[in-house]
Design a protein around this ligand. Structure first.
Ligand SMILES: CC(C)(COP(=O)(O)OP(=O)(O)OC[C@H]1O[C@@H](n2cnc3c(N)ncnc32)[C@H](O)[C@@H]1OP(=O)(O)O)[C@@H](O)C(=O)NCCC(=O)NCCS
Length: 258
């Protein structure tokens, strides 16, 4: 089924004119022409009827900048110095064999992902072409890393994140660089340790904040790595023309939409 992503109506003069339903109707028409009758999509709004409701958690990488530009606030009874110290990360990844994904890794990453994702109620069904397109590192778009066992030279773990910069209104030339957790699979390293390395490399690359949804096994690292649940930061997942008997938990979802 198609994943509907990046639905967007230009914010200047075109919003609230019911153009979104026109776009959606045209998408549905084109999908039906291919004899496909289901789809998956997300929204920050509540529509009838979510299959699951996920929450974004954010982990500050550059707290001073985030607080200075008003993107985040100081926690109660915290000073800037204590906050900077709390969120400080090592300078380099700690897992032996941790490195950036390369084209030669596509088959191993595809196998890792397929073995991992088959346990979820609704999940991506990646093949090698999908992995190459969506997960091979692409500057300013997607960042993927893996762990190669120093003993066996097998790829044992994989993590990835994509990037979206935010412009801060009212403060010219200020962007907040946001990384979003994408697909992460572990077979040897613990997920919190792997994600700590993902935080370290994202900080090195100049990201200011790292977001993760509470999908798949992400709950196992959110608190330990001091992610904060956003107020009102929900993402609702929907299936088109497919009814589930009951709503799923976010942890039963093996799918991340941008
Ligand atoms: C989402 C967006 C395209 C909606 O357009 P809009 O101009 O605000 O709204 P419109 O007047 O065109 O349409 C409103 C209708 O579309 C529906 N709608 C809005 N977002 C929707 C979505 N993601 N999926 C399905 N329907 C959606 C609304 O429920 C409403 O229908 P209703 O009155 O029957 O409830 C627009 O707000 C936008 O570009 N936002 C920024 C990008 C974004 O957040 N995209 C969502 C993907 S996560």
């Amino acid at each position: 089924m198609p994943k509907i992503n990046f639905l967007c109506v230009h914010k200047k003069n075109l919003r609230s004119k019911r153009l979104a339903p026109v776009l959606i109707k045209e998408l549905i028409r084109r999908v039906h022409l291919q004899n496909i009758w289901q789809a998956v999509y997300t929204s920050l709004d509540v529509l009838p009827t979510p299959v699951t409701t996920c929450q974004y958690w954010g982990r500050m990488l550059n707290p001073k900048k985030l607080i200075d530009v008003g993107f985040s606030c100081l926690r109660d009874r915290m000073t800037m110095n204590r906050t900077v110290k709390l969120y400080k990360l090592p300078n380099a990844p700690v897992t032996p064999g941790f490195r950036e994904m390369e084209p030669r890794d596509v088959p191993a990453v595809t196998e890792l992902l397929r073995n991992y994702l088959c346990q979820f109620g609704v999940a991506d069904d990646f093949d090698g072409n999908d992995v190459e397109h969506w997960l091979l590192p692409r500057k300013d778009v997607v960042h993927s890393y893996l762990v190669v066992s120093p003993e066996t030279h097998d790829v044992t773990d994989f993590c990835s994140f994509y990037s979206t910069p935010f412009t801060i209104l009212g403060t010219p030339n200020t962007t907040v660089e946001c990384a979003y957790s994408y697909y992460n699979v572990v077979t040897k390293t613990s997920l919190p340790q792997l994600m700590k390395d993902a935080l370290i490399v994202s900080k090195q690359k100049g990201f200011d904040i790292f977001y993760a949804l509470d999908v798949m096994h992400n709950e196992s690292f959110l608190k330990e790595l001091i992610f904060d649940p956003g107020d009102d930061a929900h993402l609702y997942y929907y299936l088109y023309n497919y009814r589930l008997r009951c709503a799923m938990k976010p942890s039963e979802l093996g799918l991340v939409l941008w």
